[in-house]
Design a protein around this ligand. Structure first.
Ligand code: TYC
Length: 111
């Protein structure tokens, strides 16, 4: 029918315009946890270096540096992981130390 405007022309959102809704990204970054080794007087240095290589994929140099840091400062960071990975590392280290009759302690803390 002549003169009747198309109903789409009265729509404030169109045609020719668009609504861009700003949305928050719905993904949340997971919390991260430090896995720490604690010093003691009995666990051999070579055993700690071996732990750092075996469970934390450290080079001999990095493992030695971290072990010496723990030996001198009492505590040191082996790595930073999501909760379940950190928990697994702690369990693996504690099980391996216990099996070898060393009192080595490994803990995790939220970053
Ligand atoms: N202090 C131990 C020693 O003198 C070595 C050691 C280092 C033990 C790091 C534990 O997390 C540790 N044999």
């Amino acid at each position: 029918m002549a003169g009747k405007r198309d109903e789409r022309d009265q729509d404030p959102t169109g045609p020719g315009t668009s609504v861009i809704a700003k949305t928050r990204p719905q993904t949340k970054r997971p919390s991260l946890y430090r896995v720490l080794l604690l010093n003691d007087d009995y666990t051999p240095m070579e055993f700690v270096v071996h732990i750092l290589q075996k469970f934390f994929n450290k080079s001999t140099d990095d493992a030695t540096r971290i072990m010496l840091h723990v030996h001198q400062h009492g505590v040191g960071e082996c790595g930073v992981y999501t909760y379940e990975v950190a928990e697994t590392k702690v369990t693996q280290v504690m099980d391996f130390a216990r099996k070898n009759q060393h009192p080595l302690q490994c803990v995790m803390e939220k970053k």
